[in-house]
Design a protein around this ligand. Sequence first.
Ligand code: NAP
Length: 346
Amino acid sequence: MSDNAKIQDIIRDAATAPDPMEAPAYRWGILGAGGIARKLTDAVTDHTQSEVLAVASASSAANAQAFAQEKGIERAYGSYAELVADPDIGIVYVATTHSNHHEPALLAINAGKHVLVEKSFTQNLAQAKQVVEAARAKGVFVMEAMWTPHLPHMHVIRDLIKRGVIGDVVSLEADHGQKLTHVERMVRPELAGGALLDLGVYPVSFAHDILGVPDRVTARGRLRDTGVDGQVGMIFDYPNAQAVLATSMEAKSGNVAQIAGTEGCITIDGVFYSPTTYRVTLMDGTVIELDGTVDNGFQYEAAEVARCVAAGLTESPLHTLDQSLEIMTILDEIRAQIGLVYPNEK
Ligand SMILES: NC(=O)c1ccc[n+]([C@@H]2O[C@H](COP(=O)([O-])OP(=O)(O)OC[C@H]3O[C@@H](n4cnc5c(N)ncnc54)[C@H](OP(=O)(O)O)[C@@H]3O)[C@@H](O)[C@H]2O)c1
């Protein structure tokens, strides 16, 4: 059998993502009635056996009620404390701005809930450590809502790399640029806005997923007049590889990623961190097209939470709390190099 035929076999047999519809059913409660909360609600409702039972909005009970009515959710609360006290809720999803992930997460953990916390996990490493320590002390499940590692294409890509299809990885490139200069949570430093924590966390986490913790991080960035970062360029050095990453909140880019190895290359089409198409190119020029597109996509992380909780796990093996701490350490280092300090850290 030719090398290409063997590789085609490996690709056909590659690990696939577990079906979200087969994950156990739980009742979810959501803290923060905003944009991403709507997307996760649709994913849970339409693509899993779980349900969103309640939503809470700290800004106003009316906001929570409007969200609940729009999405057909039974219970609406005007405070996070009321929601985490609801005994019928098994899993809490923290869907607030970066500046306000750790307090609602701690509230839910202390109420004994299992928790999914939006990315970036927290504003900084110190807050992340508090959340992780509280979760471990309480013995509840906590995971950062970095949805990419759970998506079908990432299951295949990790497996192909493990099985040597592209040889030893020597370089990785990824960028995430969106034009979001008009979005309030992005421009305001007190909400820990800016490109890095909102958008840059994707290329950073992707490099970390494939190559692990870098030996050295080098970053250059440009701050905007409100004090948040508009753009950041990053290089991660590993013993035998390098990652070149970029993020911008000022311009929409291709949002593609590429992993090059000694025997071939994997190219992930934009938007690389969401369900998408991708391809393997071998040394002889053979191109194998692959398709990881699915509707929505957030159901994969939601199903992972449900499976782990049902199995009695307190962390996901696919995205552990130590990994979140490592990513927050990298983000803190990048911030230190580009001079990005949020007002409550001065
Ligand atoms: N995974 C993804 O693809 C993805 C995509 C977009 C965003 N996100 C992440 O999701 C999180 C929220 O993003 P989003 O787009 O959903 O944000 P959003 O709609 O602007 O706000 C979400 C919630 O945060 C609170 N909030 C917003 N502005 C606030 C302010 N000025 N002061 C105090 N609280 C405020 C509100 O909670 P209340 O309703 O309780 O008042 C709001 O409902 C962020 O961590 C972001 O990085 C993830």
